[in-house]
Design a protein around this ligand. Structure first.
Ligand code: ARG
Length: 563
């Protein structure tokens, strides 16, 4: 399959060890225009050793290289350009896809290696925000992509279930809370209590002190505090579970901030031992002024720990427990400073593995150009938003295909798929405008468009009962199939690139272009005519269906057979 590799090997053979194979692979480019061929090898680096001009070398190499997959090899200035043999290459790609099925594009890149992915990580007693939605969708897709690249993955939900806010919440609950109301609508009730606390605390300074005391009690294991905390946590988790179920996302670990409660003494001891802990304004901090960064706060004057302390403990724990080779934190760009500080402190502690830790930031979700918040103006719960998308998808289906069986199931796949695709189709750092009606469109760069294209391919296949064991390339010499073949050929590389850049958008964009090529093909070619080309065309449709479904799966989106 690796045509680039094949080309590099042919060149290496001619160059007789003058340049390493890997270097040749790296040098090979994709020509700007299709008319210049499929791969180009620049000869500049050879000039000195061969004492000839790059143009001359290109001419000689072009003449010497021949291979069944290459229709022709020509010199263009200092470049050696090769043109694929369309039929042979088409046959080869389709055979590989039909043979490997959903494993097409899988690689051994991460063999025996482990990656941990910290994503979603919502905060207990607070609504699941748009930022958490982005983290969930991006993190889940990155985990899928990592697995496709052969890595063992650990999906970690670092719940925000500890911190001074629980002192505030307990104080507020004890003053104004009502058990029944919290049970009925946990997140919004707890949020109300939290907001009320802040309002009242402005008038009454004593409240802040009380909250601090309650958090201290919680950290010291006070029974009442622990009991309330556990209850708030359980209620919140049940609410979050509904969202994860809708999105079909699972975790290997829910070890959140509280889990590190008994693991922070060690961190503090290590910092003391390494002379990194200093006093500043009554608190214990690690100084980072040598990096021109503010210090990382470790312990408040009353001994209470902080977000960063828990992240330090979590990093140590994860390295020991999972032996990660890479550790991703999929968290909004507003925490960039925090992760810089975290990684630097670990480095200062003398570990060499912080170099394997990566913060994967992302932009905001906007509504009419403004940052969208699930908090302001009463609580718009995310679950509601997802359900609305599903309901809209159901309307669309009722209009377009009223006879469809399992309408509800398909509407869920389409509604949820639309939200996920809309999130993943742009570079993750860009902000995205939230519009349910836009993301549910069947045309344009949307999830439903890709899903619909896949269903279209499946429906063609359901009408042909042809056996695809011995492939006949006849039927692939129309001008519309070659662009598809080239896209199919690129899939494995796109998967690796999406891993390297931690960019699921690479796959989303790829799927749009494959779907577009396929729809052009569909509009121009009579796929099911009974002639000698039938087998080749059906094999092409089948290959497209396999790759579309697999690409969607990597994004965390289902591909319905019909819609
Ligand atoms: N709970 C945090 C928040 O909502 C995100 C946690 C991210 N993960 C971490 N290890 N700090 O902002």
């Amino acid at each position: 399959m690796e045509l680039k590799q094949t080309y590099a090997e042919e060149i290496a053979l001619e160059l007789n060890g003058l340049v390493e194979l890997d270097e040749i692979v790296n040098l090979i480019e994709q020509p700007k225009f299709d008319t210049q061929g499929d791969l180009a090898f620049p000869c500049f680096i050879l000039a000195k050793a061969l004492k000839k001009s790059p143009v001359e070398i290109a001419k000689e190499l072009a003449q010497a290289i021949s291979h069944p997959y290459f229709e022709k090899v020509v010199a263009e200035g200092p470049y050696v350009n090769c043109f694929y043999d369309k039929l042979d290459v088409s046959l080869m790609v389709m055979k590989e896809i039909l043979h490997k099925q959903e494993n097409y594009g899988s690689s051994e890149l991460g063999q025996t290696k482990t990656v941990t992915l910290d994503f979603s990580s919502p905060n207990i007693a607070k609504p699941f925000s748009m930022g958490h939605l982005r983290s969930t969708v991006i993190g889940n897709s990155l985990a899928n992509i990592s697995e496709k690249c052969g890595y063992k993955t650990v999906r970690i939900n670092h719940l925000g279930d500890w911190g001074t806010q629980f002192g505030k919440l307990i104080t507020a609950y004890k003053l104004w809370g009502n058990e029944q109301q919290v049970k009925e609508a946990p997140i919004s009730e707890l949020l109300k209590l939290y907001v009320k606390f802040h309002d009242e605390a402005e008038k009454n300074a004593e409240l802040a002190n009380e909250a601090r005391l309650w958090f201290k009690k919680l950290e010291d294991g006070n029974e009442e505090a622990q009991h309330l905390w556990k209850w708030f946590r359980d209620e919140s988790l049940q609410e979050f579970a509904k969202i994860y179920q809708l999105l079909d996302v699972e975790f290997d670990s829910y070890d959140g901030e509280a889990f590190y409660n008994d693991k922070m003494d060690e961190v503090v001891e290590l910092l003391v031992e390494k002379h990194l802990l200093i006093q500043s304004e009554g608190a214990d901090v690690v100084d980072l002024s040598d990096y021109s960064l503010p210090p990382l706060l470790i312990r408040k004057s009353d001994g209470a720990t902080l977000y960063g302390t828990r992240d330090l403990a979590a990093a140590l724990f994860r390295k020991r427990s999972y032996q990660f080779d890479q550790s991703f934190y999929v968290v909004g760009q507003e925490q960039t400073l925090h992760f810089k500080q975290l990684f630097l402190v670990l480095e200062k502690m003398g570990y060499e593995w912080p170099k394997d830790m990566v913060h994967v930031p992302f932009g905001f979700i906007l509504k009419d150009g403004k940052k969208m918040s699930t908090r302001k103006g009463g609580v718009i719960l995310l679950e509601q938003v997802i359900k609305e998308a599903i309901a809209l998808a159901e309307n669309n289906i009722a209009e377009k295909n009223p006879a469809l069986p399992d309408k509800e199931e398909v509407a869920k796949m389409v509604g949820v798929g639309a939200i996920i695709f809309h999130d993943l189709k742009n570079d993750r750092q860009s902000n995205i405008e939230f519009s349910l009606s836009d993301m549910l469109k069947f045309e344009g760069a949307t999830g439903p468009y890709v899903q619909y294209t896949h269903a279209r391919a499946r429906s063609i296949l359901s009408k042909s009962a042809i056996d695809l064991t011995l492939l006949n390339p006849a039927g692939l010499n129309d001008p519309y199939s070659w662009p598809i073949i080239k896209r199919l050929l690129a899939f494995p590389e796109v998967v690796i690139k999406s891993f390297d850049y931690a960019e699921p958008s690479q796959i989303a964009k790829y799927l749009i272009s494959l779907a577009q090529e396929f729809n052009t093909y569909y509009a121009h070619v009579k796929i099911l005519s009974e002639d000698i080309g039938l087998e080749g065309r059906v094999a092409l449709v089948q290959s497209v269906a396999i790759v579309l479904a697999e690409g969607l799966k990597l994004l965390g989106i289902k591909a319905p057979e019909r819609m």
